[in-house]
Design a protein around this ligand. Structure first.
Ligand code: SF4
Length: 498
């Protein structure tokens, strides 16, 4: 169905005016207006306090109706107070004087009429990471056309990224919590077109949010911009499908967990560098020193029983002299998703959870803000207790389709060099890295800051990498966690070979 966007906007404005009139008519005085931020953890407390005004959609609260009477306003005020994560706040009145262009790079471009017909992406209505949706639209948009992104804040990382991809933009602040960013794909001139034609088309995918800040930094690399035309940047929420994408070369470069990627040993892939280490923790509401204090308790684990996180956990339990059958592991249906597990933990629905980064840091930060004590046990500590002297253990890295490396060896090499620089930059510029990635990660800056301070980013390649993964898979194989033969092909997989 084709929607006349201008008519749509006019209708929106009429509805807004009518709603305002309704408020004034009923009460003859100004009522407060409320909003729910994406920090909501879906605990339903607001709904039970003010059921006429708050509802739950896709596990998150939303304002069903702004208060129309004093009684409703008082209930909304109570909902604001009971919200455990301060996700409810009052909305500043829309003040036309605030409707300003806050930033733009459109000098000399006349597009005022055109932009009113742009496709609309309202990120406030999207209950998952909007990054994927925005990138998909950015790649689809033809020259001399554009789209408008509506967000609660000015999303600098997305603006920077799309500017680098050749988009012109203009940000209009409609109110304190409504920014409209108009993105326009300008017509390429002939020289620019020829330059783009000499670039290599590449599809990049990520199956792990831990890599988001790294990807954002890579997209700023001048060398990458000159050599690569990013045809698609796919960020998976349901990570299962990404293996198929790299196997059948729908993707050329991937960011994935090593245990999963190593299953593709015979599918022509290269894993020349790992950069995420020690990525799991055990969080408990109880004061614990380790698994020995959780015998008989429920432990919520990511993915499913046969997946590496649960298998490694059971191995660590067994190796420390305990019986895994004495614990009650709980898995989500069909999978335990980390995003759900961390929400269950902060909502007191789960007392003991196994989490990866970045969700572990999000949960820790929420609990710190609430001044609720929790135990945080690092898997590095547990791993080294049963494997003394092992040091950090591998988690995720960069994967290339072998065919891509053969066709473009210099680009593959350049990409790994830029990856190494990106990791070093993040380690030395954590505050800037927060600014670069927080809206892509759909979290407040302070949670992303904690994540970047906790995560173990180390770029490891070459012989050091080969030795480490051999040691690691040797332990995994011996303990039935993996079944990957450590032979010549296995070792070659960790070398770029260019
Ligand atoms: S977290 Fe806050 S906004 Fe979300 S459902 Fe609970 S009380 Fe409502």
């Amino acid at each position: 169905m084709k929607v006349n966007m201008k008519l749509f906007y006019n209708l929106q404005e009429i509805i807004l005016v009518c709603k305002k009139d309704e408020l004034n008519l009923r009460e003859g005085e100004k009522m407060e207006r409320y909003k729910v931020s994406n920090e909501c953890v879906g605990c339903r407390a607001c709904v039970s306090v003010a059921e006429n005004n708050f509802g739950i959609k896709n596990s998150l609260a939303y304002v069903k109706k702004q208060p129309l009477t004093k009684e409703e306003e008082s209930l909304c005020q109570n909902a604001l107070k009971v919200c455990p994560v301060n996700a409810i706040s009052k909305v500043d009145e829309i003040n036309q004087a605030n409707v300003v262009v806050t930033s733009s790079n459109t000098e000399g471009l006349s597009w005022d009429k055109k932009k009113e017909g742009f496709y609309v992406i309202d990120a406030r209505e999207i209950n998952h990471d909007p990054f994927d949706v925005i990138m998909k639209k950015a790649y689809e948009i033809k020259e001399d056309d554009g789209f408008v992104l509506i967000q609660r804040f000015e999303p600098y990382p997305i603006i920077n990224m799309l500017s680098e991809m050749g988009f012109k933009y203009e940000t209009v602040k409609k109110s304190n919590d409504e920014f409209r960013i108009y993105f326009y794909k300008k017509l390429n001139d002939k020289v620019e077109e020829q330059k783009n034609n000499s670039k290599v088309d590449v599809v990049i995918q990520s199956a792990t949010p831990v890599a988001h800040p790294v990807i954002m930094k890579l997209l700023q690399s001048e060398r990458i911009k000159k050599a690569i035309n990013i045809k698609e940047l796919k960020v998976w929420k349901d990570t299962e499908k990404h293996l198929a994408w790299i196997t059948n070369r729908k993707a050329d470069i991937s960011f994935s967990a090593i245990i999963t990627a190593a299953k593709l040993k015979n599918s022509d892939i290269k894993i020349p560098a790992l950069f995420v280490w020690d990525n799991f923790v055990l969080l408990s509401r109880k004061k614990i020193k380790g698994f020995e204090d959780l015998v008989g308790e429920k432990i919520y684990a990511p993915l499913f029983e046969e997946a590496p996180p649960a298998k490694i956990t059971k191995y660590l339990i067994k190796a420390s002299g305990l019986n895994p059958d004495d614990f009650n592991f709980v898995y989500g249906k069909p999978f335990g998703r980390p995003e759900q597990i961390y929400k269950d933990f902060v909502e007191h629905k789960a007392d003991n959870v196994i989490l990866r980064e970045p969700e572990a840091s999000y949960a820790i930060k929420i609990m710190q803000d609430r001044k609720e004590d929790i135990s945080v046990i690092s898997y590095n500590k547990l791993w080294n207790k049963v494997n003394p002297g092992f040091g950090m253990f591998p988690n995720a890295g960069v994967i290339f389709k072998g065919e891509f490396v053969k066709e473009h060896p210099n680009i593959a090499k350049m990409f790994t060099e830029e990856l190494k620089k990106a990791i070093e930059w993040i380690k030395n510029n954590r505050q800037e890295a927060v600014k670069l990635s927080f809206d892509v990660m759909q979290q407040p800056e302070n949670r992303v800051e904690l994540f970047l301070n906790r995560v173990n980013f180390q770029y490891i390649e070459g012989n050091q990498l080969v030795e480490k993964v051999k040691q690691y898979f040797d332990i995994l194989n011996k303990n039935g966690i993996a079944d990957v033969k450590i032979d010549k092909e296995f070792i070659e997989m960790f070398k770029l070979g260019v």
